[in-house]
Design a protein around this ligand. Sequence first.
Ligand code: PMP
Ligand code: GLN
Length: 391
Amino acid sequence: MSGRQPHLNARLQGFGTTIFTEMTRLAIEHGALNLGQGFPDFDGPESIKEAAIEAIRAGHNQYCRMAGIPPLIAAISEHQRRFYDLSYDPESEITVYSGATEAIFAVLQALCEVGDEIVLFEPYYDSYRASVSMAGAVPRLVTLRPPSFAYDPAELEAAITPKTRAILLNSPHNPSGKVFTRAELEHIAELCRRHDILAITDEVYEHLVYEGEHVPLATLPGMRERTIQISSAGKTFSFTGWKIGWTCAPPAISAALRCAHQFITFCTANPFQHAIAHALRLGDDFYGELVADYRRRRDRLCAGLQSAGFEVLRPAGTYFALTDIRPLGHDDDVEFCRSLPARVGVAAIPPSVFYEGRHEGRHLVRWAFCKSDAVLDGAIARLQGLRGAAS
Ligand code: PMP
Ligand code: GLN
């Protein structure tokens, strides 16, 4: 980003417009198939839609309980026990927000003094970096490097200082698709305990795991009491526009989070909370089919990208796949993604914008597979044209 943006305060200088907005705009402008921004091009189950409509008809249309409606916090508590054997008191330990994005913002606003440090792994979901800055905190970056996106333990240890307030961890990880291993999580947990710091875990892709298993950090010894677990309904139920997210954290931490949340949005869309209370209680068949369906989409996209000449870094989780673009003669992801919609009619995301040191991700491009087969196949067919055009 070059130049100073007028009117904008120093904390937000340089953030510009998010890459998701930029690439979706280009996709619309050029009529491109959008494998960029991570939203499904299909809706979630009809019964969840019906529950939202029913809630509107039943008159759940005014402000509601600030920290989340009773049926939803009860359903989140049941979900945590059902999948992870974690026990959270709905009243004092679960808080509902307008999406995980608000949860991340509220958590950092609530916890950080100006100058506190937050350890982030890069590439990171873009809102982390901006939310850290808006809270007056300072990011300390640890780089995840391809192909495995493992981190260097010494780099993480060196990122922790007396000013560290928390480590913010995203697993399954956007954009790499990495699922942190139990050994990595044990190392992170040990550092949190040793240095008496908090963990903030973004687990919005918790149900989209194809290889390995999702281990919430809060399940490791001594971690429940120092972890703020964040999740959201958007990815699991394919209603990203409904923006229902939540945190699970011990009572004293939750009280602090609510202090911030009450002045950010106060409460979250009432009827959609009712619908997600229903959604979280869907049977095991729903969750099983979700993974099977996305595994199939992943395999379809990865095979197609490979056939188009990319080197594919097969994701273990999330609904994104990264590719190395160098085999096709490119080494600048931003340039590649900015020209792609006009060139071949496909949109994707350049991951270097999720790094502080942009050179780290320049040879990678992220493709979303939360799309219908027709869109995936159409995009793959269009991308075949790139090979001949390789410089
Ligand atoms: N965290 C990660 C890692 C994400 O990828 C996203 C969005 N796709 C979010 C948080 C935001 O979730 P929400 O839409 O619930 O705000
Ligand atoms: N999280 C989504 C992605 O990574 C996008 C969310 C957004 O548009 N802010 O694609």
